[in-house]
Design a protein around this ligand. Structure first.
Ligand code: LHQ
Length: 254
C-alpha cells in the first residue's frame, strides 16, 4: 500500500491504492507511519519524496472503510495524528509531488511536505465540510498559516476544488509542472536537498513550526539555541570553508 524505493540518499514513498484514488485506510496509515519512522532513523536517507500511484495523490479517508457501522473517529484519528507528527517532526526535508486530486486528509498530508510540487492535472479540495466533518490531520493548524485566516475560512466552509495554478497562487504548492515532468522535477529537487546541510534543514523546520506559538523574545532565544547547534555541525564548517575557497560545498549531513 505504500511503496518504498531508495534512490541514493532519497527515499521515494508512493501511496499505492490507485484503484481507490489512494484513499487512506488505517492499514495504509500504519505503513506510512512505519516508513517515516524508519526514514527518520536511517542516516543514509537525507530527503524524502511522497507521491501517489495512478491518477490521484489521495482522496483522503477511504469512505468505504467502515461500512455501515458508526466508527469512533476520535480513536481512528490517532492513526492519522501519529503520521502527521512523524511528518512534522521529520528531521529531513520532505518533497511532495501532487500528481492528481488531493482531498480531505489527502490534502493535509500533501501540505505537510516542506516543498510541494503539483502536476498541471492536480486538484485540491478540503472536502471535510462537504461530508459534515471538521478539518483534521493538522489542516486547521496549517491552512490558516499558509493562506491566511480569510482564505482558510473560504476553503474550509465552501470546499471549492482548486486547480494547480490556483493552489500555487495561494501558496499551497510551490511549483506547477506538466504531468509528464512531475516526478523528474520532484526527484531532482529531493536529490538536491539530500545533498544539503541536513541538520540545518531539520533545525530550520523546527524553528518554522515552533515560532508560531512563541513570543518574539522566545523566538529569538530559540533561534540562538538552534544556531548554536547548527554552528557546531561539520556542514557549517564545510560551508564556510567552501565559501572561502570559492567552490561548491560537499555537505555530509553531520
Ligand atoms: C472514494 C473516495 C474516498 C472512497 C473518491 N473514499 N472512495 C479522517 C478520519 C476519520 C473520519 C473521516 O475523515 C477523515 C479525514 C478525511 O479525509 S474526510 C474526507 C474524505 N474524502 C472526501 O470526502 C473526498 C471524496 N472524494 C472526492 O471529493 C473526489 O472523488 C476527488 C476530488 C477525490 C476526485 O474526484 P474525481 O477525480 O472527479 O473522481 P470521482 O469523484 O469520480 O471518484 C472516482 C471514484 O473514487 C468514485 O467511485 P466510483 O465507483 O463511482 O467510480 C468515488 O466514489 C471513489 N472515491 N474518493 N475518499
Amino acid at each position: 500500500m505504500v511503496l518504498k524505493e531508495k534512490r541514493e540518499n532519497v527515499l521515494l514513498l508512493t501511496l499505492n491504492r490507485p484503484e481507490k484514488l489512494n484513499a487512506l485506510t488505517g492499514a495504509l496509515l500504519d505503513e506510512l507511519h512505519q516508513a517515516l519512522k524508519e526514514a527518520q532513523e536511517d542516516p543514509g536517507i537525507r530527503a524524502l519524496l511522497l507521491t501517489g500511484a495512478g491518477r490521484a495523490f489521495s482522496a483522503g479517508q477511504d469512505l468505504g472503510e467502515f461500512g455501515e457501522g458508526k466508527p469512533d473517529y476520535e480513536a481512528h484519528l490517532r492513526r492519522y495524528n501519529r503520521v502527521v507528527e512523524a511528518m512534522a517532526g521529520l528531521e529531513k526535508p520532505l518533497v511532495v509531488a501532487v500528481n492528481g486530486p488531493a482531498a480531505g486528509a489527502g490534502l493535509s498530508l500533501a501540505l505537510w511536505g516542506d516543498l510541494r510540487l503539483a502536476s498541471q492535472e492536480a486538484t485540491f479540495t478540503t472536502a471535510f465540510a462537504r461530508i459534515g466533518l471538521v478539518p483534521d490531520s493538522g489542516m486547521s493548524f496549517l491552512l490558516p498559516r499558509m493562506v491566511g485566516l480569510a482564505k482558510a475560512q473560504e476553503l474550509l466552509l465552501l470546499s471549492p476544488r482548486l486547480s494547480a495554478q490556483e493552489a500555487m497562487a495561494l501558496g499551497l504548492v510551490h511549483r506547477v509542472v506538466p504531468g509528464e515532468r512531475l516526478m523528474e522535477e520532484a526527484l531532482a529537487l529531493a536529490q538536491e536537498l539530500s545533498q544539503g546541510p541536513t541538520r540545518a534543514y531539520a533545525l530550520t523546520k523546527k524553528l518554522l513550526l515552533e515560532t508560531y506559538r512563541l513570543s518574539l523574545t522566545e523566538a529569538l532565544a530559540l533561534e540562538a539555541i538552534l544556531q548554536g547547534e547548527a554552528g557546531r555541525t561539520q556542514d557549517h564548517e564545510e560551508g564556510v570553508r567552501a565559501f572561502r575557497e570559492k567552490r561548491t560545498p560537499r555537505f555530509s549531513g553531520r
